[in-house]
Design a protein around this ligand. Structure first.
Ligand code: NAD
Length: 423
């Protein structure tokens, strides 16, 4: 009989039983199965409670970017990422930002939006006003769902009602604005929205379908700015000019903006992952926010001030938490938060925003100067050596040779490996 992926009750099996099935299905060798059985800092019982159908855990390197000053305070920045040169980029750019005082940040508060969708409403504009009249009742019902949040000063604070045009006619969309304090807040606001749904159905006279948060968290923005003194570009003034032209290119052209913003997310996502937060939520929010004018644009802005110093700014949604979700479950996240020394989710969000801007500073500087490949490929040479099959000391020897030769390619790594193994 051929193999099948239809496995009844897979979720009810133990981790070991699941691994046995996967090993047979994929023909894993004993060594490969043993690799999946190897345990790191995330114990398997916790992992098995975090997601479904667990067979092991997956590790990423955790690096520290040095040199960061934010609001006059020194920070070491933990970053979990698989890509070389991300941590180095932040470290270098944070160093050149120090002479201008580092990064300065602010935020709009931890406000999340939950959406409730009502369709087939006969009088959508009348319904909209009826809902506004029920605002106090809506907030009361929502807040009854989360007494902890209310006790610490959070909870549902406001509503907004929109009538939108869709492929299936007008819909009434209720936005519940919730202060989620130190939580990312997805579960918190979803519970509120689900409880409110039948009431919204009754008050609009329509049918209610979706009731879930919006990842376009545009009420939960963080802002960061940086000034890089022109002296940092002494003898390379054209680099500073080139950086501003590079930004203008990104802001005008979505093809470039996608790569520009991806670079920003290198820093943001690495911190979001290290703190046990939901990186898909942050990425969806960032890219949606970058499109808010109707065109996909840069999340940052770069210009020169009257002294000729370089001024960079970023504004980005940042729905991260210190409690809730996996933030308290992943053992490393707690240590990462201690390294950062943050006490609130908004402080964490501001740091992440500043790191996004710092990463962009690094990338634009490299692009406007020697190009990205020089720095990137030197660091990447080791990865290529590993991919070519090098192990142990041979990784460094091959990487070094390729950098010296200026040929950092898989075929060259393979040649060198053959040569060195013979010798
Ligand atoms: P949660 O429900 O685990 O924790 C939040 C709760 O913790 C609050 O409701 C509150 O009752 C309590 N709390 C205790 N101390 C608090 C404090 N100081 N500040 C705030 N709340 C405090 O988690 P959550 O943050 O509501 O949801 C996050 C999770 O939801 C993540 O795992 C995310 O991946 C997931 N999620 C995301 C989406 C999405 O992004 N579209 C959708 C569904 C779920």
């Amino acid at each position: 009989m051929g193999k099948t992926s239809r496995i009844s009750g897979f979720h009810k099996l133990t981790v070991e039983e699941r691994l046995k099935i996967v090993s047979e299905f994929a023909g894993l060798s004993d060594d490969e199965a043993a690799l999946l059985k190897k345990r790191g800092h995330l114990d398997i019982q916790t992992a098995d409670r975090m997601i479904e159908n667990v067979i092991g855990t997956f590790e990423l390197p955790l690096g520290i970017a040095a040199n960061m000053i934010i609001n006059g305070k020194e920070y070491l920045i933990p970053m979990a990422v698989e890509e070389s040169s991300v941590v180095a980029g932040v470290t270098n750019a944070a160093r050149i930002a120090r002479s201008g005082g580092g990064f300065f940040t602010s935020n709009t508060g931890p406000l999340m939006i939950a959406q409730i969708q009502a369709v087939d409403v006969k009088d959508p504009f009348g319904a909209k006003l009826r809902l506004y009249e029920k605002k106090d009742e809506i907030l009361r019902i929502a807040n009854e769902q989360d007494p902890i949040l209310v006790k610490i000063g959070g909870g549902a604070k406001n509503i907004e009602v929109r009538v939108i045009e869709t492929a299936f006619g007008q819909m009434v969309i209720v936005h519940l604005i919730v202060d989620t304090r130190d939580a990312m807040g997805a579960n918190a606001v979803n519970t509120m929205a689900e409880t409110l749904a039948p009431y919204v159905g009754e008050w609009t006279g329509g049918r209610v379908y979706l009731r879930i948060l919006s990842n376009l968290a545009d009420r939960r923005l963080v802002r960061a700015r940086v000034r890089v003194k022109k002296e940092e570009f002494k003898g390379a003034e054209d680099v500073l000019e080139g950086m501003i032209y590079a930004w203008a290119f990104a802001d005008a052209d979505p093809y470039r903006a996608a790569t520009h913003n991806k670079g920003i997310m290198n820093g943001i996502s690495a911190m979001v992952i290290a703190t046990g937060n939901d990186f898909r939520a942050i990425e969806a929010g960032a890219h949606a926010y970058a499109s808010r004018t109707g065109r996909y644009r840069s999340l940052t802005h770069w210009e020169k001030d009257q002294n000729g110093d370089l001024i960079g700014t970023i504004e980005v949604p940042m729905a991260v938490g210190l409690v809730g979700g996996a933030t308290k479950m992943h053992p490393i996240s707690g240590v990462v938060i201690k390294i950062l020394g943050v006490k609130t989710a908004t402080e964490l969000g501001e740091i992440i925003g500043a790191v996004g801007l710092c990463q962009n500073l690094a990338a634009l500087r490299a692009l406007a100067a020697e190009g990205i490949q020089k720095g990137h490929m030197s660091l990447h040479a080791k990865n290529i050596a590993v991919s070519a099959g090098a192990t142990g000391d041979l990784i460094d020897v091959i990487a070094k040779r390729m950098v010296e030769e200026g040929t950092i390619r898989m075929d060259r790594a393979q040649e060198l490996l053959k040569e060195l193994k013979k010798g």
